[in-house]
Design a protein around this ligand. Structure first.
Ligand code: FES
Length: 117
């Protein structure tokens, strides 16, 4: 399933996508030309907390880190690891993505729903 086109995600931008088969939004973030994807669930609490205080507000002001606006945890964009805040050392859950031949960004894993279909 294609989330968006690579060109629809600007450098230094993060966007959240609701994806069938996933219980949380998937965050796509583009930095230095690389695209990463993470489950929108802050590891500060075991159930995971949605990180944005408003639509697509996943980055800090300088756009250098993903941020959870609940208590200010900041995450390395490339690794998903918390580098500042109450869940220091914990990580966001990375979701593998691929760029298809048409330039679309797709999740590279099957969801539970797709496996049973
Ligand atoms: S829930 Fe994310 S920092 Fe507390």
């Amino acid at each position: 399933m294609e989330l968006c086109r690579k060109n629809d995600l600007e450098e230094g931008q993060a966007r959240g996508f609701t994806v069938a088969g996933f219980d949380r939004k998937i965050i796509l973030v583009r930095r230095d030309g690389r695209i990463r994807a993470y489950r929108d669930a802050c590891p500060h609490y075991s159930a995971g907390t949605p990180m944005a205080w408003k639509t697509d507000a996943y980055l800090n002001g300088a756009r250098t880190h993903l941020v959870c606006h609940a208590h200010g945890a900041q995450f390395d964009i490339d690794t998903g690891k918390c580098v500042s805040g109450p869940c220091l050392g914990q990580s966001l859950t990375a979701i593998p993505v691929i760029i298809n031949q048409s330039g679309g960004i797709e999740i590279a894993v099957q969801t539970e729903g797709e496996k049973s279909a």
